[in-house]
Design a protein around this ligand. Structure first.
Ligand SMILES: Nc1ncnc2c1ncn2[C@@H]1O[C@H](COP(=O)(O)OP(=O)(O)OP(=O)(O)O)[C@@H](O)[C@H]1O
Ligand SMILES: [Mg+2]
Length: 382
């Protein structure tokens, strides 16, 4: 019995020297929603396959004059290893069937063809090919990220020396000007960079013993905003609204994992408002028995519905082409935030409307929460 109809739009190539069989099979497949190309003979079939990259499955008769099915199979296997080939064999040609299977045919169907059986085999071939392509895509992505990881580790390592120098001089100046608060901010930002670099190095070295510490999300978010105050546009042009649940439980996590994530989200919110007449940044926290949440919302340009699924992909950025907003991005902010948060079981929720703004919600499972003894269980709900 066949399962769901997977035919829609899939392109198959039918190769047979018998025009009647081609006519009959192509009407069966077209009726099922496949796109069908036919070729009378092996040579013609290969010509078509070489010129049409969209052909996904080949069905090929074995007994054909000039170039037989086994030759066709051999050519396809060597040039297009991902294209499944289904062979049509005569009723009593068991030996040939075994031989083509050895040569890498996906399957064989005996003549006279049972349409239902052939459709079933083709559907299986289409599904298997899709799975193989998806696996190859994932593997390619992983290799790309591993290479990027090695590169990042190198950069991170090289940044440590100049950064230590900045910290040392700032500390020296602090002894000379102990009341200069801007030096505190400078030191705090430089130490944060140091923590980020160490976290990056830790990650790439796959050291798992990074220390989780008690974190108060409200305090962390207030500190993040404090760092952004160094940006004069942020300080003077952005209206900030904070709605922080005062009974929010602390959570246990690696500090820089979370601070990098929030910093990426806030930076994106500011970028999104760069050209907006009204710049409102809203940060909210809350919790219930299942989750703690941090919400970062802006009144910026918003995100098109069709772009939402791409946000967390590596290198997806709308800031790479220099536009009138002058923004530049690598498209790794959300991807790295997602990777950093994954070990905590954190999920992201994004709501957005073009021209109105965007709301990112970071949802932490309550298992991460550390309840102080005196704390009650009442809180704002998700
Ligand atoms: N708050 C937001 N409002 C509108 N678009 C957003 C928002 N946050 C993210 N985006 C979209 O998602 C894309 C990817 O964001 P991401 O942070 O991963 O990369 P980036 O900001 O472009 O570059 P960077 O690596 O410097 O962070 C952005 O280019 C932008 O198009
Ligand atoms: Mg970003």
């Amino acid at each position: 019995m066949r399962e769901i109809n997977t035919a829609m739009g899939h392109k198959i190539l039918l190769i047979d020297d018998d025009a009647n069989i081609l006519r009959m099979l192509s009407s069966v497949f077209r009726f099922e929603g496949y796109s069908v190309i036919t070729a009378e003979g092996g040579r013609k079939g290969l010509e078509i396959l070489y010129s049409d990259q969209e052909i996904e499955v080949v069905i090929c008769d074995i007994k054909m004059p000039q170039m037989d099915g086994e030759k066709v199979l051999e050519q396809i296997r060597s040039r297009y290893p991902l294209v499944p080939v289904i062979m049509l064999t005569g009723f009593l040609e068991l030996e040939t069937a075994v031989s083509v299977m050895r040569q890498g045919a996906f399957d064989y169907v005996t003549k006279p063809v049972n349409n239902e059986k052939l459709l079933e085999v083709v559907e299986k071939a289409v599904r298997q090919k899709e799975r193989m392509i998806e696996e190859l895509r994932k593997k390619g992505q992983e290799e790309k990220m591993a290479a990027l990881g090695r590169l990042t580790a190198g950069f991170a390592h090289n940044l440590n020396n100049p950064l230590s120098c900045i910290i040392a001089y700032a500390e020296f100046l602090k002894t000379k000007y102990p009341h200069e608060e801007r030096l505190d901010k400078m030191l705090s930002a430089a130490n944060k960079m140091y923590a980020i670099i160490s976290a990056m190095l830790d990650k790439t070295r796959k050291e798992h013993e990074r220390k989780r510490v008690r974190i108060n999300l409200n305090k962390m978010l207030t500190d993040e905003l404090e760092f952004f105050e160094a940006d004069l546009d942020f300080k003077h042009q952005v209206e900030k609204f904070l709605d922080l649940a005062d009974d929010l439980p602390d959570i246990e996590a690696v500090y820089s994992d979370l601070s990098q994530c929030f910093s990426n989200l806030i930076k994106n919110a500011l970028d999104a408002m760069k050209m907006s007449p009204e710049k409102k940044l809203m940060i909210r926290t809350g919790w219930n028995e299942q989750q703690l949440f941090v919400e970062i919302a802006d009144s910026g340009c918003g995100i098109k519905k069709e772009d939402l699924p791409k946000l967390f992909e590596p290198f997806y950025s709308t800031k790479s082409k220099q536009g009138e907003d002058g923004l530049k991005g690598t498209g790794l902010g959300l991807y790295s935030s997602y990777q950093l948060m994954r070990p905590y079981g954190v999920t992201f929720d994004v709501q957005s409307e073009v021209g109105k703004g965007t709301r990112f919600r970071v949802l932490f499972p309550s298992a991460l929460a550390i309840q102080p003894e005196a704390q009650t269980t009442v809180g704002s709900t998700v």
